[in-house]
Design a protein around this ligand. Structure first.
Ligand code: HEC
Length: 125
């Protein structure tokens, strides 16, 4: 009984300690896309274009069915890290609509890097 009480008292401290330890790590981690735009084209066209449009502008045939509709993925303010994480984890995990599916099962990490590289390449066109 005493042991349980002291563990309960400790847990907020443990939580705080883990937050303090995790914070500098999160800042130190530099995100870089390591993918090939060429390799990303096919998975993008197969898995994303129906909603996001062939050129990523949010004008796919299914786009109008969604509220909010998918916005253009070519916007400069969307970082590579944001594109990668939303694609991997889905909209809901990042405060966006759950209608943006998570692709961590249908695409592997490398394919997600490739798809994001492809999206970034579309910005220049
Ligand atoms: C079933 C339709 C659908 C498919 C398929 C889909 N998305 Fe989305 N996606 C959405 C919707 C809807 C949103 C808008 C969510 C919001 O704004 O809250 C979205 C948002 C996003 C965002 C966030 C953009 C922003 O404005 O912050 C990214 C990144 C994204 N999608 C990437 C992808 C990629 C890459 C694929 C393919 C691997 C894909 N999506 C496939 C529907 C889809």
């Amino acid at each position: 009984m005493k042991l349980i009480q002291s563990m309960q008292a400790l847990s907020p401290l443990a939580l705080l300690a883990s937050l303090l330890l995790a914070a500098p790590l999160a800042v130190a981690e530099d995100f870089e896309i390591q993918g090939s735009a060429e390799a990303g084209q096919q998975p993008y066209q197969q898995q994303c274009a129906s909603c996001h449009g062939n050129s990523g502008q949010g004008d796919g045939p299914a786009a109008r069915a969604f509220n909010p509709p998918p916005a253009s993925l070519l916007r400069e303010e969307l970082s590579a890290e944001h594109l990668f994480k939303v694609t991997r984890d889905g909209g809901m995990a990042h405060g966006l609509a759950p209608t943006m599916p998570a692709f961590n099962r249908s695409l592997n990490e490398q394919q997600i890097h490739d798809v994001v590289a492809y999206l970034l390449s579309l910005r220049d066109e």
